[in-house]
Write a new protein. Structure first.
Length: 241
């Protein structure tokens, strides 16, 4: 007759099942941690934009380094953003030319800004870098590869002329299709180069002085219609992010 007590064999089977369940729980736990780590992984790369302008005083150069970063959310989605400052070209008597971080409509690529400019010009097929995984793949490729491309005016983000760096009211938009008119034919576009780099993001003291006290989303109206409605404006985030 049985005693009602579990045999050694039964005990071993139960213990084995318990260990298997416990091991499975650990695998799920650590797998979840790895997934979370991947979900919040921050990928980034940097590029340098150099702009050369011809003036009566000779060629003038300006360049700046911008970082493009990506961070995923719990839902597996991602957002890509730019960190840096507008590229400044000191034109001497003609004031400053600033290539902004914000975008504009361009005839070559459609809308372009400080983020899109890299994907539009470095990707083998710009139209393919739209999904989150595509963007992540491209960012990693730019971070570890060497990419360089010469650009035309139509491929640059929005631009403004600042006649007097101490007076923000002297800012005006620059039409890339009529560039010289913005400078009374005293300046002409020569070339622009976009290249990946590991240099630090640049910081220009011009903006530190010029944008003192302004909120990140504050705007300055450049042009109004006949009813006083704002048509064209710039924001602090166009210059510094």
């Amino acid at each position: 007759m049985g005693t009602g007590k579990p045999s050694n064999t039964t005990f071993v089977i139960l213990l084995t099942r318990y260990v298997a369940v416990l091991a499975g729980a650990f695998l799920v736990f650590f797998g979840s941690l790895a997934a979370c780590s991947s979900a919040f992984e921050r990928n980034s790369f940097r590029y340098r934009l150099t702009v050369e302008i011809e003036t009566p005083e000779g060629p003038k150069l300006g360049s700046g380094v911008v970082e493009i970063a990506e961070k995923r959310s719990w839902l597996g989605t991602a957002r890509t953003f730019a960190k840096g400052e507008a590229v400044v070209v000191d034109l001497g008597a003609q004031g400053l030319l600033a290539v902004l971080l914000s975008g504009r409509e361009g005839p070559a690529w459609g809308f372009t800004d400080a983020t899109r400019i890299a994907f539009q010009n470095f990707a083998d097929d710009p139209s393919s870098a739209r999904g989150f995984e595509d963007v992540r793949r491209e960012i990693k490729r730019y971070a570890f590869g060497r990419f360089e491309k010469e650009l035309g005016l139509a491929q640059l983000p929005a631009m403004v002329r600042i006649r007097d760096a101490s007076d923000p009211s002297t800012i005006t938009r620059v039409d890339p299709l009529n560039f010289e008119a913005a400078f009374n034919s005293m300046a002409s576009f020569k070339r622009a180069t976009l290249e990946t780099t590991r240099d630090a993001v640049t910081s220009n003291p011009v903006w530190k002085n010029w944008l003192v006290g302004e909120e990140p989303d504050s705007g300055r109206v450049l042009k109004r219609d006949d009813k006083g409605m704002a048509l064209v404006l710039v924001r602090r985030s166009d210059f510094v992010r």
